[in-house]
Structure formats: structure tokens, C-alpha cells
Design a binder for this molecule. Structure first.
Ligand code: URA
Length: 266
């Protein structure tokens, strides 16, 4: 017998209707969360939104094997999106370590020297930013990402993230190395600053080479700390930021993506 929608007592059975409403809402929110196809193409390729739309209109894009020309099409999870037959996938957040060479800048634009971002052969490098700057003549570990919260944990003064530098000095340190280590631990009075630097850890490797760990990032801080004790930094190389150490396999100018474990250290 066909379901008339009425119970034996003759009352209308509304259970189907009361279920339909939440299902419609869930479906609506699911669709809201999905990415439009033109945005998906922009995020996964070098295409601008306008050029992504042109590709779509030319029928160059398929979703699970079917040509889709509608820019507003919502890309379902796990959909096989292809542009001219090539798979395109939306990138997740990116985390990169670079061994900065001399004469490069930790700014996003090329000025006197090229930006370190120009060393990265990655799509949409312009959406990346540098977590903690180094001077043009400083070499070593630079962390680059598009995850603002992650980089904030590295650079916010409140987080006091430790940075370790290998420092080459112009003049050999004197015999009073124990007092020097204590002086750096107490804090150094930098020229033009009202307060001492935060406690720093000085490890003396040779009379002209030291490892210095600081937990702040004042302008030219390491150079100014040694200037304050009458010495001069002639070589500065950052080896570690927080728990992330520069990969010794990376030569000057080389980079790689961080591992999941490294990302999780921040
Ligand atoms: N301190 C400096 O003086 N320069 C740097 O590049 C980094 C820390």
C-alpha cells in the first residue's frame, strides 16, 4: 500500500518534514564551506581570478573527468580537478627553511640586493612572509611561511623565542672569558637603549669565534652587543631559531620545506 503520509489514527505524519529541514541546512553549510572552482584554480596555480575564468570558459578544466565551465562550481572534497589534463591541487600552508646567503634581503621586495624570496622556486611566493629578519650581510637560517599564527609565535617579543648565532669577531676575546659570559648573562647596555638586553648565553668556541643565543631581536642586536664590549662582528650566521636548526645539508642559497615534526616544534 502506498504511504499516504497519514498514520492509522488519521493524523499527518510530519517526521519526514522535520528531518528534511536539518538536512537542507547541513547541505547548505557544506556547500558554503566548499571552494569555488575559480578560487580553487587561483590558489593552486599562478592564474589570476580573471585568467582562471577564461580557462574555465575555454573548457580547459575538468572535475572528475567532466568539463566544468561554471566559475561558481563548488569543488567537492577529493575531487580530481585538472587543467589541460594536468592535476591541480590546492596547497596547504607552507613552511620553508632557507640558508640565506650574503647580500640578500629579508624584505619581500628587491631593493639594493635581491629578496630571499627570489631564491625560492615556488608558486605564489608573494603570499609568503619572512619570520624574523637578518641583515644583508648575515647568513644562515631564515624561516618563511604563509602561516601568520605560526610566524607570530617565532617573532612576537612576548614569546622570547631563542635564536642562536655563530659569530666571528675582529679581535680575540681577552683572558676574562668567565666574566664576559657572566656579563652577557646579566644583559648588555646597548648604545641608545634605556634597558639592558635580556640575558644571553655566550659559548666561547675560540678567541675569535663564539656562539650567542638571544631571546629578542633588536635592530642589529648581535653586532651592537659586541660593539658595546669594544669588539666588532665580522661574520654572523644564524644556526637555530627556537627548536629548529638549520639543515647542514643546505648550502648557501638552498632551501627546503620543513618536515611535519619541525613545523610542530613551534
Ligand atoms: N643581530 C644582528 O646584528 N644582525 C642580524 O642579522 C641578526 C642579529
Amino acid at each position: 500500500m502506498a504511504d499516504s503520509g497519514k498514520s492509522q489514527s488519521g493524523k499527518t505524519n510530519t517526521s519526514g518534514g522535520s528531518l528534511a529541514l536539518p538536512v537542507v541546512f547541513v547541505l547548505f553549510y557544506y556547500l558554503l564551506l566548499l571552494m569555488r572552482l575559480d578560487k580553487y584554480l587561483c590558489e593552486s596555480t599562478e592564474l589570476s581570478r580573471a585568467n582562471a575564468k577564461k580557462c574555465l570558459h575555454r573548457g580547459e578544466v575538468t572535475c572528475d573527468g567532466v568539463v566544468v565551465t561554471n566559475s561558481a562550481f563548488k569543488v567537492p572534497a577529493g575531487c580530481d580537478v585538472r587543467l589541460l589534463g594536468e592535476p591541480v591541487m590546492v596547497r596547504g600552508l607552507r613552511y620553508i627553511m632557507l640558508n640565506k646567503p650574503q647580500n640578500t634581503l629579508c624584505s619581500t621586495v628587491d631593493e639594493v640586493y635581491p629578496s630571499v624570496l627570489s631564491l625560492l622556486a615556488v608558486p605564489k611566493a608573494c603570499s609568503l612572509h619572512i619570520a624574523g629578519r637578518l641583515d644583508a650581510d648575515t647568513t644562515g637560517l631564515v624561516l618563511i611561511t604563509d602561516d601568520g599564527q605560526w610566524s607570530h609565535r617565532l617573532t612576537s617579543p612576548a614569546k622570547a623565542c631563542a635564536k642562536r648565532y655563530r659569530v666571528q669577531l675582529a679581535d680575540p676575546l681577552g683572558a676574562s672569558s668567565t666574566e664576559l659570559v657572566a656579563q652577557f648573562a646579566r644583559g648588555i647596555a646597548l648604545k641608545g637603549e634605556a634597558s639592558l638586553t635580556r640575558p644571553a648565553v655566550l659559548d666561547i668556541v675560540t678567541p675569535t669565534e663564539v656562539l650567542l643565543t638571544i631571546t629578542e631581536g633588536k635592530y642589529h642586536q648581535v653586532k651592537r652587543m659586541f660593539a658595546a664590549i669594544g669588539n666588532k662582528v665580522v661574520g654572523l650566521h644564524r644556526e637555530q631559531v627556537g627548536e629548529i636548526a638549520l639543515d647542514p645539508a643546505l648550502g648557501a642559497g638552498q632551501w627546503r620545506y620543513l618536515t611535519q615534526d619541525e613545523v610542530g616544534l613551534v
